[in-house]
Design a binder for this molecule. Sequence first.
Ligand SMILES: [Zn+2]
Length: 351
Amino acid sequence: MKKNKVFLIPAVLLLLCWQGVWSMVQGNSKDSGLPVPPGAGNLPRPDGAPGNLVVLDWAGFKGAVSYTYDDAQPSHIDHYPELQATGVRMTFYFSSNVNWIPNSDAVWRQAVQDGHEIGNHTASHPYANMTGGIWGTTLQTPLAEIDACTEYIIQNFGQPAVWTMAAPYGDVGWKEAAKSRVFLNRGVGGGTIAPNDNSDPFNLPSYMANEGDTAEIFNKLIDAARTDGRWLILLYHTINPTRDNWYAPVEITEITKSIEHAKAWGDVWIDTVANIGAYWMGQKILTAATPTRTGDELSWTWTLPEHFPKGKFLRVRVDGGTLKQGGKALEWKANGYYEVALDAGALTLVP
Ligand SMILES: [Zn+2]
């Protein structure tokens, strides 16, 4: 007993110190978690008339891309090291009844630690009418299917919450259930998403890769999204080479070549559906908020939807004045923006 306590106290102290050092090392990136867009980093703080609040599209990048992988397939697990080596955060849509695949839990736990998103693809992968389930026993209701998968992810992979889902088979029948459990649901219909547009958050469009698609196809889509200032969501099923070809296999080298192509632009934001989606939705919410004026002060308030991820930020500009949240002035970032905490739900601009 006594011996245990002696060991426990230094261990706790060490842990606290380590966390303190770690948060210092992370520095600014911990503030917003957003990647830094290209720029000289020497832009002066605007000193014009206070007003003209503008949210930067895609956190200051020209366009955005999310790489998503459905069904938590053996080939995703086998090729995880190559995907992780790209240094890009991605979204893996997991069905909890496929946890029988070798290394499944260990790889997805690691993926969460590496900053990837594990999204909900239900427990047994049925249609919304509860037919067509592939894995194990299909539960009674769509909500039960989503809840079982979310619970598994939180308990086994260490992700604090599950923010997005992908409807099995892209079945739009999942929309209603998705609305009460996640803030975004990815569909399979083609198309891309623009800032402040009316894309359906519960049936987000994506490009579903076909068997044998090459980097050339993905690169063209990426370039178009960048040129048009839009968000492209790519959807992959099986990754080749593999002994487990489940559906529409694409070579790993074609995927990683396209990631390198997107990275090479330098002004394309590549991130998870939850991260880019929170920015897209947050921008819509703040842009739609009408400010109220009290004397010299302008104030915006907003409410985030349920299941919106915590700790998310927007990048904004004003012509001049001081932006404040919680009574504290926001720091001007020399790449050309202030960072607004969405959790705060309020923003003021004073001369
Ligand atoms: Zn699926």
